[in-house]
Design a protein around this ligand. Structure first.
Ligand code: NAP
Ligand code: G4F
Length: 350
């Protein structure tokens, strides 16, 4: 009688309590993975929210600011794959706290790579096979910044416009460097903006969907925004986490742009979100120059051709479907008589 040993892939996700972490954990569990999440702090309030959605995730403590904790986490979990999603990810915050952004969003990548290198016993220069642990870095279209061409692809030069973008650019190149120096299977996904009903309330899509819901329900009458002319390539987070796994399942370690190939302005987003709830945005939206940024990224539009051709990845949810999904979700959330105590805050100051 033959005995088939079940092969389970074990993944360690940093940033598991964030938007992408929760969708990625769900996706990997569906694929039969054993999923571990790195969580920081001794009573992180985001963990109970995560637990409400996903029961099957195992947790390990660690912080991207603490090298020893990352080595211990990798030693304990012994993952096949590491997805580094942890970051200070809100761009305006990165001007207020530039140093901590560099430490978490930039140097945190180096610390995670070092943890993998040390635990894998990789020393000196190229090790045959570069160890067994595959590494995904959450790079960002913010690295393109003041764009040199449109649409942006894997060969478009970087010109980051925020301390966050600069930190991400360091993370991107150090990932590439560990691949080239040690032969590690280390890749970056250059992801354009992706959103969902789980998006943080400080980001513009969710700020708008929550604002529309509040206005529709008579809880407020105004929504204050910054630059309405900025253009982004907005996709759905649930689609984008599929691309992360495909990158680590590929035959060779390569970087990929993940976007939809379409671009819309904040103004177009506002118009559509208000119209979805039967409202005219011009009666409710005001702008405040205090919400504009010291240096703006005016236009982002990704070219996902390489991901389509080599990974077979396609976005499933359109911009219009995404906006409808988010507005309807926030209307339902704020209509509930048992509204959760951790209902997202309003962020008029961001
Ligand atoms: P998010 O919701 O802001 O989540 C960020 C995560 O980072 C949270 O789980 C947070 O955990 C964790 N974190 C913060 N500081 C940490 C530290 N010192 N050590 C360990 N973990 C820490 O971000 P997201 O939208 O899911 O994005 C995921 C990743 O993709 C980020 O790296 C982001 O920069 C990048 N990205 C996002 C987009 C997008 O449009 N969403 C596009 C391109 C790239 P706590 O619960 O401890 O705060
Ligand atoms: O939603 P946002 O804050 O996202 P941003 O700055 O594009 O960054 C997001 O996407 C990046 C990928 O490109 C990620 F790497 C990053 O972690 C994050 O997830 O702002 C989008 C646009 C900006 O041009 C901003 O100036 O919306 C404009 N905007 C106009 N009024 C506003 C507001 N943004 C925010 N957050 N709040 C406003 O009131």
């Amino acid at each position: 009688m033959s005995w088939e040993v079940p092969l389970t892939t074990r993944a360690l996700i940093t940033g598991i309590t964030g938007q992408d972490g929760s969708y990625l954990a769900e996706h990997l569990l569906e694929q039969g993975y054993e999923v571990w999440g790195l969580v920081r702090g001794q009573a992180n309030p985001h963990v109970s929210r995560l637990r409400k959605h996903i029961g099957d995730v195992r947790l390990v403590h660690g912080d991207l600011l603490d090298q020893g904790s990352l080595i211990s986490a990798v030693e304990k979990v012994r993952p096949d794959e590491v997805y580094n999603l942890g970051a200070i990810s809100f761009v305006p915050m990165s001007w207020q706290q530039a140093e901590i952004t560099a430490e978490v969003t930039g140097m945190g990548v180096l610390r995670m790579l070092e943890a993998i290198r040390v635990v894998s016993g990789i020393s000196g220069s190229r090790t045959p096979g570069g160890g067994q642990i595959r590494f995904y870095q959450a790079s960002s279209s913010e690295m393109f910044g003041q764009v040199r061409e449109t649409p942006q692809n894997e060969r478009t030069p970087f010109h980051p416009r925020s301390p966050y973008g600069v930190a991400k650019t360091y993370g991107h190149f150090i990932t590439q460097n560990y691949r080239e120096s040690y032969g590690m299977f280390a890749v970056s996904g250059i992801l354009f903006n992706h959103e969902s009903p789980r998006r943080g309330a400080e980001f513009v899509t969710r700020k708008i969907s929550l604002g529309v819901a509040r206005i529709k329900l008579g809880l407020t009458d105004k929504l204050t925004l910054g630059n309405l002319e900025a253009r982004r390539d907005w996709g759905y987070a649930g689609d984008y986490v599929r691309a992360m796994r495909l990158m680590l399942a590929a035959a060779t370690p390569e970087d990929y742009v993940i976007g939809t190939g379409r671009t819309q302005s904040v103004r177009e987003l506002v118009e559509l979100a208000f119209a979805t709830a039967g409202l005219d945005w011009r009666h409710h939206v005001i702008t405040d120059s205090a919400l504009t940024r010291p240096a703006e990224v005016d236009l982002l539009c990704g070219d996902p051709k390489k991901a389509r051709d080599q990974l077979g990845w396609e976005p499933g949810v359109t911009f219009e479907e995404l906006v409808t999904m988010m507005v309807e979700s926030d209307l339902a959330l704020l209509s509930r008589s048992d509204r959760p105590a951790d209902e997202p805050l309003s962020f008029d100051h961001w």
